[in-house]
Design a protein around this ligand. Sequence first.
Ligand code: MLT
Length: 327
Amino acid sequence: MKPVFRFTLSLALAALGFCNLVWAQANYPDRTISLVVPFAAGGPTDVVARMLAIPMGKSLGQTVVVENTLGAGGTLASQRVARSAPNGYTVLIHHTGMATAPALYKRLGFDPLKDFDYIGQVVDVPMTLLGRKDFPANNFQELLTYIRANKDKISLANAGLGAVSHLCGLMFMSQVGVDLTTVPYKGTGPAMNDLLGGQVDLLCDQTTQTVPIIKENRVKAYGVTTLNRLPSLGQLPTLDEQGLKGFEVKVWHGMYVAKGTPAPIIDKINTALRFALQDSQVRQRLADLSSDVPGADKLTPKGLQTHLEAEIKKWTPVIQKAGIYAD
Ligand code: MLT
């Protein structure tokens, strides 16, 4: 082929590619969007995702389907989204674990600060420390006495390295000065099933899953992980007020897409997220579960990026000092 024809052909192909890109952005979304949850169905992250999926779909004019991609404390889901096509059809919802993963996993298949574009922060959720219904300790002081005397016999469930249930359990054991047997699951949904079935003894889990279960009296609740009591669980003291001074865990969530997603698409997903978080039913449900919607400045791509950077800086030295990691 003559050089002049080759040049004209490349120009035409480039123009076609550009037109396709503009068309795809203008018509986004023209098919179903996957909202990827890094933990098992029925658990706290899944609860938030399913709450948002319908109103987000309404705003986007397409169905948003929740997909649970399990394993490795949420990192397999993050890796899946980081490696997906940057077209806005694969969206990740993840929590604090996004900031702890770089220190916890020596061989992480993605970089939280390089491989994603950010949609916005989503919701902040407290945790509660629970025991199985027939666990011998009836309150927090009895729990301390019992676990100090029986530490070799007690199991503490979590959702794996990088899960907030794992982090909360570690903080609890460190402050109490005991080392319990930990039992990892692929989410606190299945961990909760085993707590309810009496197969494990203790679990630290988010209120998006635990408030109804505590209210139905199906578990023993020992305390909340915030410094103030929660409106929906007013009778339940904080761990701080019961002696674990300064014990505080509040889980933050964010929404991500693969790096390189065009700005107009990010903007549409962000608009849908803010629409969902304004929905009166969503707000009421979140309030009932003692979960907070962050301020408007945090519900932005920049708000999430800034928060994530700060959280990675906060958690990395803590985890390195504790010497916890996966090979
Ligand atoms: C879940 O959705 O199962 C939890 O967020 C897992 C955890 O981090 O504890």
